[in-house]
Design a protein around this ligand. Structure first.
Ligand code: PMP
Length: 352
């Protein structure tokens, strides 16, 4: 029996998201934080507190966690929806509103993968030479295809830059004419300088913001959240699986967010290290790094496959993105020691 014949055509032609488990000493491929927050003891304490409750289902509405998040953003819990990572919320958004789904490319691959899995039309608009939005092409595509959802990602993965806010502000008001929701995925916002788009939620009923704890030291918890008008939250909540966020994740995330001093100081360290890494990469002959406001740096090199393999041989894992952005690799900012090891290995690979 050929199982592929049973599979829906849109799934048959889909490639699964690649997250290979590759052994390495220095892991700089997945845009995680090199620092766990909370580290060690506080996390164990949270888990112990919850142990008695593990025979019970988690709070389906994650009330305590949503209350903390609402307070942080000066919103109400009705404006917050919790997800098992923001990936799950992207899935729920496309399930709820359907396509066409418009997004610039290159960007985070899950917008396309999920659209295809759900059989929704994808409209991919290439970024311009500076990796910024091509506003004219986007506006034309909005008029032509009337997308239900537009995903924009400042800072963008994998390019690392924030798109021009003026351009995003030209797209947002189109809701009333074309009925599109604009989803601003702020997964990497903590590493960027500006305020982001959460202050604009009160001005735009069609604005949805996605945030995650994955990049700030809690990737293993799988906690993401969506911020939006309560009418949007109510609709998306209809497709949410009842117990999507387990009790341990809810408790540890709540504890971590109650006292953000550690998370904030780790973010400051990562930003400082990113700037140092950018300076040092631009000094290396044969490497062109792109400016970044995220916790990773995209860089160009003549022979990315050779450099990727060479780095891995020396125990350093980065992401080879040359199939998506010509001749480019992406490195996550690690600890000062990890970054030093990466730079030394890179220089050696280039001199071979
Ligand atoms: N959005 C962007 C732009 C990302 O890069 C990622 C993770 N790589 C996600 C969302 C998903 O994050 P989470 O771990 O919260 O599912």
């Amino acid at each position: 029996m050929n199982i592929k014949k049973l599979v829906k055509p849109n799934i048959r032609s889909l490639s699964a998201y690649e997250a290979k488990d590759i052994a390495c000493a220095v892991k700089l491929d997945a845009n995680e934080s090199p620092y766990s927050a909370p580290a060690g003891q506080p996390a164990r304490f949270s888990v112990q507190k919850n142990f008695q409750a593990l025979n019970r289902y988690p709070d389906p509405e994650a009330k305590a966690l949503r209350k903390i998040i609402a307070k942080e953003f000066s919103l109400r819990p009705e404006n917050i929806l919790h997800g098992n990572g923001s990936d799950e919320l992207i899935y729920y958004l496309i399930t709820t509103f359907g396509g066409p789904v418009l997004y610039p490319v290159p960007t985070f691959s899950m917008y396309g993968i999920i659209s295809q899995a759900l059989g929704e039309k994808k409209i991919e608009i290439p970024l311009d030479k500076e990796f910024d939005l091509d506003l004219e092409k986007i506006l034309t595509a909005i008029k032509k295809y009337k997308p239900k959802l537009i995903f924009l990602t400042p800072p963008n993965n994998p390019t690392g830059n924030c798109f021009s806010s003026e351009k995003i502000l030209k797209i947002l008001p189109l809701f009333t004419v074309h009925c599109s929701l604009v989803v601003i995925d702020e997964a990497y916002h903590p590493f960027a300088g500006d305020k982001g788009f959460t202050p604009m939620l009160k001005d735009y009923k069609n604005l949805v913001i996605l945030r995650t704890l994955s990049k700030i030291g809690l990737a293993g918890l799988r906690v993401g959240f969506l911020l939006a008008d309560k009418d949007i939250v109510n609709e998306v909540n209809k497709v949410r699986l009842p117990f999507n966020l387990n009790s341990l994740s809810q408790t540890i995330a709540s504890d971590a967010l109650k006292d953000k001093a550690l998370i904030k100081s780790n973010i400051r360290t990562i930003i400082k290290e990113r700037e140092k890494l950018l300076d040092e990469l631009s000094e290396i002959n044969g490497i062109t790094p792109y400016p970044s406001e995220a916790n990773f740096i995209l860089f160009k090199t003549e022979n990315p496959a050779k450099i990727y393999k060479g780095l891995l041989k020396k125990g350093v894992l980065v992401r080879n993105l040359s199939g998506i952005v010509k001749e480019c690799l992406r490195v996550t900012v690690g600890t000062p020691e990890e970054n030093r090891i990466f730079l030394r290995a890179l220089k050696k690979c280039l001199s071979i």
